[in-house]
Write a protein that binds this ligand. Sequence first.
Ligand code: COD
Length: 299
Amino acid sequence: MGFSNLRKELTSGPKSLTVAWGLDSGVLQACREALDYGLLHQVIVTGPIEKIEATAASTDMSLEGFSLHPASTPEEGAAEAVRLVREGETDLLMKGHLSTSVILRAVLNKEKGIRAQALLSHIAAVELPTGRLALLTDAAMNVKPDLQQKSQILDNAIQFAWSIGLTNPKVAVLASVETVNPQMQDTIDAACLSLMGKRGQFSKAAIVDGPLAFDNAYSKEAAIQKGIESEVAGEADIFMVQELTAGNLLYKALSYVGGLSIAGVIYGATCPIVLTSRADSSESKLNAIALACKALSER
Ligand code: COD
């Protein structure tokens, strides 16, 4: 299953999406396409109304089907968008032209936020050169998770994989080497997560193996050459990195160097949150909206 199948197979009907601080022509354009494609039936945008209209006009884009809610700062725009989710007025949230931490703080706010799970995390889907989708986590939210947080990040990714049809996902917990080195905490944590998988400690079934270096996680041949026997090698549905910098570098290398389509959401709130980078193509942004719709419809 690639992104085009994911879009075609959406059967649950169009959703309403709210963009927090929507002063980004690429995001508005992706929403326009998602409306025209039938993924969405309504787009709400928070921010200064005249500037949102000017942003749309800069690409001759029609705002038909859009509803604009005034906000005068990114913080206010994020809070208003989160309120709309909390009060059931919209199904999905999307980051506009504001920094990731501003929208995440509004989402995590203890009184007015929309947390559903103990830990929220970022999950990206990437269409591999073979045409299948695999997930990468966490490339954008949790900076330096400890083992407890890593197990929650992995649990979120396993739940998400099931929700988009990747059942019994194979998980590669990545490190720089594939053997346990007592001087490298990541290799120890990967081995623990792998054992937790074997003991059925995640909320849904998954085959977890680690530590695996990226080459032997991605390529069966690389694993065989190193004498590694692993059910996951070459077939991983989830690539789990162990800190944000590694995830972010991998995300950007796959996109820029590898030229692969990649789309990300935050998981663990009361709805999936679409998170795109300004430099992502409009197709990537549309794919991210489709991914969020899919995750929502399969709940
Ligand atoms: N899930 C649930 N609760 C969380 C999480 C999480 N992932 N992270 C923090 N919290 C809770 C804490 O338990 C606490 O109750 C409250 O939120 C505040 O925690 P702090 O002080 O650690 O959080 P902040 O507000 O300083 O930072 C939280 C962010 C998510 C904003 C921060 O971790 C962050 O900036 N992450 C990186 C975002 C980013 O810049 N990504 C871009 C890379 S592309």
